[in-house]
Design a protein around this ligand. Structure first.
Ligand SMILES: [Zn+2]
Length: 286
């Protein structure tokens, strides 16, 4: 039986169109000043993404296909037990996948073994739509069992999974982008979804700012957990991780090796033995 999914002729133009529009906006109206030359960074991030796509193709993709199909046939998981109308089930699955991804994102920061891999995403010295695709292949591999658990516990059908994947891709391209939207528009948008200024705070080199804004789609999860922060102006943010600020150490080979190399105390500037960059010295202002 052919399973219903979002067809590639719908998702591919949507994602490519969004990426193209954001790339155009980033060049016309950048939000933050770039540290590294953009073409070099984009090429590096796309190379990391290509390796990641291969890793996904041999781990998460076959696993998710098998499990979503099993969930559909055997009616496993929370949503299948409830026997909801199809569209309600898809909508709830997307919301619950979004929430559990929030929890996973917190774990990638809190669990040292996972942070080793997620660090590669955070050491980018600039933040733009290409950063959205820059995940170390090993992070994608170690997240596959969590994805399997999400599908089985929530009861995610192939259609719901493909809807979520498409929306998630659009969302992460958008909120990692370096596009300067009118502040008022962004204020309205981030009552509902994660926006570029909001996610910029999560990529700050100040630890207490990175420890906020973990949502990947809906903002409500940060709001419910008290981890929402909107009070740091982008002009005051240094993107990246303090211990990894030398661009010469952040080439493609170096970042692919990073999770397997000796780890540095991430929030400490090199050469500074005592002062961890946990707080801003200046008073927080709106
Ligand atoms: Zn993160």
């Amino acid at each position: 039986m052919k399973e219903r999914k979002v067809p590639a002729w719908v998702s591919a133009p949507l994602v490519l169109g969004a990426a193209g529009l954001l790339a155009w906006l980033e060049r016309r109206r950048p939000l933050r000043r770039a540290v590294e030359p953009k073409p070099r960074r984009e090429a590096r991030n796309l190379a990391v993404a290509a390796v990641g796509a291969v890793a996904l193709g041999v781990t998460e993709k076959p696993l998710a296909e098998a499990l979503t199909s099993l969930v559909g046939r055997r009616r496993w998981g929370l949503l299948k037990v409830l026997r909801l109308p199809a569209w309600v089930e898809v909508a709830l699955a997307v919301v619950l996948l979004d929430y559990t991804l929030y929890l996973w994102h917190v774990l990638t920061h809190r669990v040292p073994f996972l942070w080793r891999f997620h660090l590669v995403h955070h050491v980018d010295l600039d933040l733009d739509a290409s950063t959205a695709l820059r995940f170390h292949f090993a992070e994608l591999v170690v997240s596959a069992p969590f994805r399997a658990a999400q599908i089985l516990v929530i009861g995610v059908s192939p259609l719901a999974f493909s809807v979520w994947q498409t929306l998630l891709m659009l969302s992460i391209l958008f909120h990692h982008s370096n596009a300067r939207l009118p502040a008022e528009l962004e204020r309205r948008l981030n009552r509902l979804v994660v926006t570029p200024r909001m996610h910029g705070i999560h990529h700050s080199g100040v630890k207490e700012e990175t420890d906020s804004n973990w949502s990947s789609g809906l903002t409500v999860w940060d709001w419910l957990h008290g981890t929402l922060r909107l009070d740091v102006p982008q002009s005051e943010i240094t993107i990246g991780v303090p211990a990894y600020r030398d661009a010469r150490e952040l080439g493609l080979a170096e970042i692919l090796r990073m999770p397997f190399a000796e780890e540095r105390p991430a929030w400490q500037l090199p050469g500074e033995d005592f002062k961890a960059v946990n707080h801003r010295d200046t008073e927080a202002r709106l």
